[in-house]
Design a protein around this ligand. Sequence first.
Ligand code: 7RM
Length: 635
Amino acid sequence: MSNYHIKNLEEYFQVYRKSVRNPELFWEEIAEEHFMWRKKWDKVLQWDFSKPEVKWFNGGKLNITENCIDRHLHTRGDKTAILFEPNTPNEGAQHITYKQLHERVCRFANVLKEQGVNKGDRVCIYLPMIPELAISVLACARIGAIHSVVFAGFSAQALATRINDSDCKMVITSDGSYRGAKTIDLKGIVDDALEHCSCVDTVLVAKRIQSDVNMKEGRDHWLQPLLDEAYIDFPPEVMDAEDPLFILYTSGSTGQPKGMVHSTAGYMIYSAYTFKNVFQYKEEDVYWCTADIGWITGHSYIVYGPLANGATTVMFEGVPSYPDFGRFWEIVEKHKITQFYTAPTAIRALAKEGVSHLEKYDLSSLKVLGTVGEPINEEAWHWYDDNVGKKKAPIVDTWWQTETGGIMITPIPFATPTKPTYATLPFPGIQPALMDGNGNEINGNQVDGRLCVKFPWPSMARTIWGNHQRYKDTYFSAFEKMYFTGDGALRDEVGYYRITGRVDDVIIVSGHNLGTAPIEDAINEHPAVAESAIVGFPHDIKGNALYGYVTLKDTGEGRNHDNLRKEINQIITEQIGPIAKLDTIQFTNGLPKTRSGKIMRRILRKIAHKDADNLGDISTLLNPEVVQDIKDNAM
Ligand code: 7RM
């Protein structure tokens, strides 16, 4: 029996048991049989969660692009690797074959080298969903540079913070981007960001919208002429298994974004193995994940996982609503999509528009549907199942994180019976645990607790860039010898997991994880603001929306509240991006605080949820009197 391809429930249980009984043997077989190595590893696994330190396949040598591209050239050279679907339908799709991808990545790798980028250097990629994005990611990996992709919806300030944090020497961007009927001046955003970054000496600019942009002499170069001149081959840099492959930033509950560092071999193996099984990918399939490569879902399940399996992966530049809400389904029909992977927020937005958009298209090619990013509510799950999958395409509700690198809890389609709102069972190699408030593991079924992982898996992040202590504090300190996910979960009577949501101060808005602290920091920069606190409240489409409680300084008291609201959202837009704007801003006389001075978010959350009648005991507060006032003026 092959452990690599799980086809039914019995096989799943067998493979799962083996992966827990002897993890090293289990992963070693997969690594050996399904990947290309330049040198075999010395040791499969070395780990110590108390440091924390985790090394997989240490001593092994490889290049991930050789696994994702070169090794397919003989058997799949003319197969489409990347199928690019542009923002505007009549621009027409582009099919990039494995051979063409090889050439384009090699040319790009040569350009990077000529521009002085070397193994281990950090390169920031700030691009829309155009082929250059995937190609530049792969070109970095080919030369051993560490890519840091920043989602091209982030503001100049957010971009600058990320560039500086990992000391990037190059930025790859484009003149601009299309987003539905709008264009965005990406190069202008990069120019603003670079006012605050001294580490960057080169900017490569792809042409996408043919806009007029400023090119700074000596720093900025148009990409295409450099590519045209570059040689079409580039021997892959031989990397150590544990060399960092990329950094990807994720928001934390406090302060700076965290630059999660992913390694080469473990990440490759886990993203490839999960891709194969979670989507039951077959050679002729056309797989589409609607995420942006700026998020981990795009890294693992648009680029690396699919390409490592020789798959055809769709890259969509546009949005679900342009030219109309039928766009996704038009693409499914046109390219005969077999696996479709999206987020609950998109499903809810589409469901709201009704089924008429779906009925125009033939969706019969779909075999597997996926969801990721936040808990999916029952209504959205059924809408997806009934109208998109027509009850014939199983839904894989995949729970995982930027930090985990790959899917952790998920059904295996056609093997695991699905259950609405449940991510179901751990993937082979993953050992989840539910923990109680006293730090003890909760055994048995029909229980709920904080979700942890007991044993290392190959694609776990190895550290936070430049701050190993923070990595330890955030993930390995809440529970002894456990990785703590920050999520709560319950386990039902058969052992299925349902993820209930974050237990920390991260709020997921339209599938984007937003830390409350950086938003509060932004609000507090307004000269009239004394203090603020943000909580999430349920929203039909976005899942959660943001509710801000803001107290003003004396100087702000006389100001027009609507103007203040606009100014506050303006600051948030500048510092973080429009995604973090507040839906509701309530001005208050104070914020409820504990005696140690901590804001009692639990109370604020209840008020925002319109559930202010049972706030529990508030007598221990430092300032119980403000609660009544906040309740009376709730919006
Ligand atoms: C892949 C990704 C991670 C957080 C995670 C959860 C939430 C993700 C699900 C989910 C319920 C799911 N990475 N989350 N998937 N919650 N069911 N299937 O989203 O780093 O951006 O977010 O997202 O809270 O901790 S992420």
